[in-house]
Design a protein around this ligand. Sequence first.
Ligand SMILES: CC(C)(COP(=O)(O)OP(=O)(O)OC[C@H]1O[C@@H](n2cnc3c(N)ncnc32)[C@H](O)[C@@H]1OP(=O)(O)O)[C@@H](O)C(=O)NCCC(=O)NCCS
Length: 161
Amino acid sequence: MKVTIRVATIDDLEKVQELNLKLFEKEYRDYDPLLNLNWTFGKEGTKYFRERILRNDGCVLVAVVEDEIVGYLCGGIKKVESYRNLPSVAELENMFILKPFRSRGIGKQLLNEFVRWCESKKISKVKVEASASNKKAIKFYRANGFKNYTLILERDLETAE
Ligand SMILES: CC(C)(COP(=O)(O)OP(=O)(O)OC[C@H]1O[C@@H](n2cnc3c(N)ncnc32)[C@H](O)[C@@H]1OP(=O)(O)O)[C@@H](O)C(=O)NCCC(=O)NCCS
């Protein structure tokens, strides 16, 4: 199977959004019923992906097999928190590979290309957030050199009504 990794163009916007919606639907079903499934194709989601594709501080990569986009990765350069002595940081914000194409090294190829992009921008650290229950993704990120840094905990509260 020949896989090509390339930078997304604005013509890929809708396809990238379709894959992102599949990611949202999966996460909604498996981990997080608070996800807004209208975000991806709504005003904010569309602006976010347009900017990530078009602007220099964004990076959207697609994986192509036989002229079909089967996966994508989206990330960008983040503002560094002033309490950390860190010159520059990028975030891998979301990625998704269609199920029949998983576990064939496509995720790793996308990630490696994103790391090359980060290095070209002189970025010194890459971060990624994942749902705590998404064991497969966490295993994938660990296998690719990511280590635990922050753990975010949430607690539901009783509302007044
Ligand atoms: C997480 C995800 C992006 C990883 O992508 P992927 O293409 O499956 O990743 P890879 O193929 O590079 O690596 C996954 C596994 O395949 C294995 N693998 C890689 N190349 C392989 C090959 N040629 N043959 C067999 N196995 C292979 C890797 O060793 C790894 O195994 P492991 O899970 O036991 O560590 C993908 O599973 C996915 O889209 N999941 C759903 C969405 C999601 O959770 N996204 C992340 C949240 S933002």
